[in-house]
Design a protein around this ligand. Structure first.
Ligand code: AMP
Ligand code: GLY
Length: 421
């Protein structure tokens, strides 16, 4: 079958790498892809947000199956548009992608169906949001309702910080994403990323992972899309996985059905493991990046039939097998990220790095005059497997050190929590 992957990040490179290995896939395209993806798929110059362009490409090339990587096209309704054109796709329709597209929608759903999450208030004007902060006190968390590329969450340690955040959001800092604000209780615990494939009715838990959101070592500096990840997450014991499926994932799948917004695709729960058990921080309607990279490394089974089963409602009797060995990914980002950074700097040593079971997934690269150059904030995800997390980490950093890119940086402590256990 002819498959199109939509997106251009490290997540999409990992998906292309896994799908290209499937005997079911006869031809793989990626729109728009990047320099690394070009090794596994034919890249086509259509942007992920260009819904018309993607639908007409699929019609022209008789694409059988589309895998949508990022959230923006999902929330814009790419899967709906493809369905209208008779093209099967992996990912939720826009009404179900609201789980990621609107934090207020998700919080209301949790409240209505008893899904454990932080206590909250949802506000359409600054005055009532400010009053709520005054009533609850600090510390407290302030969030823009809509998609803000991971930047719409402000952890306010004081009431003044919370009020300033509310004023900024309603002042237009995040545009339309800030038309509403969610203010919520600051939960204490360890975070984990939990993924389940969902076919509308059934949910299949995938391997667990942990991410590192802060830019610098010791979990300091500003929040990013994720600077590294590993799988499995030691905090996610079987009991915690069962609790997450029973209290959070399955009730959400049922709730979405009851609301007439059937969810298909990958449900990505950001969890806080508290002393009361797993609590939902937020939902995403897509794979995590860089969590997807470590998941694809550990997946033994063919991913493509699983994605198809999610799209056509056939997950009930599905199973996936995983390597026992952990995997760990170190993200290399352009100097300055997540602030301003330079594009176009040359990256060397990629072939030397990608040996002995190490995969260098490209997140933001392009080819220029035959050379790989940086083309984004997060640029590479150097991913390795090992007998232990410590060994995977050693292999990943050895590969990082073979990469010649003076304009990039990475955290040196990815996996610290798991290695320390
Ligand atoms: P989100 O984009 O909602 O995942 O939030 C980004 C990060 O902010 C999360 O990964 C958490 O580290 C943190 N966070 C968000 N909401 C809360 C909360 N209610 N309590 C504690 N931490 C939170
Ligand atoms: N790494 C977290 C995310 O993809 O949102």
């Amino acid at each position: 079958m002819k498959v199109l992957v939509v997106g251009s990040g490290g997540r999409e490179h990992a998906l292309c790498w896994a799908i290209a290995a499937s005997p079911l896939c006869t031809k793989l395209y990626c729109a728009p892809g990047n320099a690394g993806i070009a090794r596994d798929a034919e890249c086509v110059p259509v942007a992920a947000e260009d819904l018309d362009g993607i639908v007409s490409f699929c019609n022209d090339e008789a694409i059988d199956f589309v895998v949508v990587g990022p959230e923006v096209p999902l929330v814009m309704g790419l899967v709906d548009r493809l369905a209208e054109a008779g093209i099967m796709a992996f990912g939720p329709r826009a009404d179900a992608a609201a789980l990621e597209g609107s934090k207020g929608f998700t919080k209301d759903l949790c409240a209505k169906y008893g899904i454990p999450t932080a206590a909250y208030g949802r506000f359409a004007d600054a005055a009532s949001a400010r009053a709520f902060v005054k009533e609850k006190g600090a510390p407290i968390v302030v969030k823009a309702d809509g998609l803000a590329a991971g930047k719409g969450v402000i952890m306010a340690e004081t009431e003044d910080q919370a009020i300033a955040a509310i004023d900024e959001i309603f002042g237009g800092k995040f545009g339309a994403a800030g038309a509403e604000v969610v203010v919520e209780e600051w939960m204490i615990g360890e975070e984990a990323s939990f993924f389940a494939l969902v076919d509308g009715e059934h949910a299949l838990a995938l391997a667990t992972a942990q991410d590192h959101k802060r830019a610098f070592d010791g979990d300091t500096g500003p929040n990013t899309g994720g600077m590294g990840a590993y799988s499995p997450a030691p905090v996610m014991t079987q009991a915690m996985i069962d609790a997450t499926m029973d209290r959070i994932i399955r009730p959400t799948v049922a709730a979405m059905n009851a609301e007439g917004r059937q969810f298909r695709g990958v449900l990505f729960a950001g969890l806080m493991i508290t002393d009361k058990g797993p609590q939902l921080i937020e939902y995403n309607a897509r794979f995590g990046d860089p969590e997807c990279q470590v998941l694809m490394m550990r997946l033994k089974s063919d991913i493509l039939p699983a994605l198809i089963a999610s799209a056509d409602g056939q997950l009930a009797n599905f199973d996936l097998r995983w390597h026992d060995e952990p995997a760990l990914a170190v993200v290399m980002a352009a100097n300055g990220y997540p602030g301003d950074y330079q594009k176009g700097t040359v990256i060397g040593g990629l072939d030397e790095a990608g040996q002995d079971g190490v995969q260098v997934f490209h997140a933001g690269t392009a080819l220029k005059d035959g050379k790989v150059v940086a083309n984004g904030g997060r640029v590479l995800a150097v991913t390795a497997m090992g007998a232990t997390i410590a060994e995977a980490r050693k292999k990943a950093y050895e590969a990082v050190d073979r990469i010649d890119w003076p304009n990039g940086f990475c955290r040196r402590d990815i996996g610290w929590r798991a290695v320390g256990r």
